[in-house]
Write a protein that binds this ligand. Structure first.
Ligand SMILES: *Cc1c(COP(=O)(O)O)cnc(C)c1O
Length: 461
């Protein structure tokens, strides 16, 4: 019988995170303080984030960072995750390509996000923090952090965008099951929330507002810190365990990927699967291609601009050097909620600028067509976000069919779609839409970031 799954025992759970910052030919530009325009130091982040995470965020020297034993023990609930050869997808496509996927959907939270949530909850506990706050849009990150904080005996307060709170009751139930306190945002519990409600009592909320509320609670409450589920360097660092495991598993399969693909929201699952392989491009002359699959309606890598911008809509974060659509960009309400973010991680943006990776944009309906084919061939219903990675994989596999090349493609299955079935319903009903953004619209939002960038650039010099 042909071998389909490549499994590693718990003892093979990585002992170190891989920090690509240490080996990048061009290091990322510094984060800037928006008021003084001076480069940020880790201490500047201590009021908001746990100390260990703040230090990791700006660590450009240590290539390997030890994973604490209690974190590895929590990973053992679902790691090592399987690497699977997608034979039936290959056959359905009639491609000579060898397609593998790393299955991160097997985590208790249903996605890769738990890899960082566990680390962040542990570092909080270690530091004597008793409460973590966060925001969640679609609810995946909130679900992951709820579970992780429960494991380490920390209280978790989640601000959930009001419209999602009402429209995605199952994600709310998941967080409740794991024991988090969930507040629809905007709320009357913070000044930021009160201001918005006073202006408009029917405000449906936004991620920007939920972030503001979560940060406000963190900085105004003793022993309370804020946790973020994507974009930031320390989050991408924690996700490197995906690629480190996959590297060993590909070796078991006797192959090495020619192409590595992941969907792209803020960059954490892409970084996680890509960087451990990319280190061999940087250090050992390997020629693997790395492809980030982003939504057509939120094209920060394919059509955005590399410059300093805020990480949040309200403009409360440091200025980050990244590919951005402008922090006021409002993406269409596609079902892949996790991909609706205006910017890209700082490390990844530098790697993109330096030509180490590429990006493609995927139309919403194409993503679901790919997801349905994957479900029918491989037996896992993918998250709408993950459908983008599958669509990009299919595109590459079909190119192999034309050229007759048997390339090895590895993609990350970032999560399952069991709580997103209403999106699939809409796809089958024929009512699903593709969303296009015009160049003029994009230019408008990017212009607002341009102004910021000029003032940042001059004072930084
Ligand atoms: C949040 C999420 C994403 C997007 O976030 P990244 O940080 O870009 O990985 C992708 N897939 C799933 C299942 C998610 O929950």
């Amino acid at each position: 019988m042909r071998q389909k799954k490549y499994l590693l025992p718990e003892s093979e759970i990585p002992t170190h995170y891989f920090n690509i910052q240490a080996i990048m030919p061009n290091k990322p530009l510094p984060f800037l303080n928006p008021a003084t325009k001076q480069p940020l130091k880790p201490e500047d982040l201590y009021p908001i984030f746990c100390k260990a995470c703040a230090d990791q965020e700006l660590n450009q020297t240590d290539e390997w960072i030890p994973i604490p034993e209690p974190v590895r023990e929590q990973y053992a609930a679902y790691r090592c995750t399987p690497l699977v050869r997608a034979y039936e997808l290959e056959e359905a496509l009639g491609t000579p390509a060898h397609i593998y996927f790393k299955n991160e959907s097997v985590s208790p939270a249903g996605s890769h996000k738990l890899n960082s949530a566990i680390a962040q909850a542990y570092y909080a506990k270690e530091q004597g923090v008793t409460n973590l706050t966060t925001e969640t849009g679609a609810g995946q990150w909130g679900g992951a952090l709820s579970y992780a904080t429960k494991k380490f005996g920390i209280d978790c307060a989640v601000y959930m965008v009001k419209v999602s709170y009402e429209q995605k009751p199952y994600r709310r139930s998941i967080m409740q099951t794991f024991g988090a306190a969930i507040t629809p945002s905007p709320s009357m519990s913070t000044r930021a929330g009160k201001d918005i409600i006073t202006r408009n009592p029917n405000d449906q909320g936004s991620l920007g507002c939920a972030i503001s509320e979560a940060i406000e609670l963190a900085v105004s409450t003793p022993n309370c810190k804020y946790a973020l589920g994507s974009v930031l360097n320390h989050v991408c660092l924690h996700q490197s365990i995906i690629g480190l495991e996959a590297e060993k598993q590909m070796e078991l399969a006797g192959e090495y990927p020619d192409i590595v693909i992941a969907c792209f929201g803020g960059g954490s699952n892409f970084s996680g699967i890509a960087y451990p392989f990319m280190r061999h491009n940087i250090q050992d002359g390997k020629k693997t291609r790395f492809i980030a699959a982003e939504p057509y309606s939120c094209p920060k890598l394919t059509r955005g601009k590399f410059e300093y911008d805020f990480g949040d809509e309200a403009g409360m974060t440091p200025l980050l050097p990244m590919y951005t659509l402008g922090h006021t960009f409002k993406p269409a309400s596609i079902h892949a909620g996790g991909l609706r973010y205006h910017g890209a991680g700082v490390i990844l943006s530098q790697l993109m600028k330096d030509g180490f990776m590429e990006a493609v944009d995927i139309e919403q309906k194409d993503s679901f067509a790919a997801g349905v084919l994957f479900a029918r061939t491989e037996g896992i219903i993918p998250a709408p976000e993950s459908c983008h990675a599958i669509a990009a994989t299919i595109q590459e596999a079909l190119k192999c069919k034309e050229t007759g090349e048997a390339k090895t493609i590895l993609f990350n299955l970032s999560g399952h779609g069991f709580v997103d079935m209403s999106a699939y319903d809409q796809y089958f009903s024929g009512e699903m839409q593709n969303y296009h953004v015009s160049d003029e619209d994009l230019a408008k939002f990017i212009k607002s970031a341009d102004a910021l960038n000029q003032s940042a650039a001059t004072s930084f010099r």
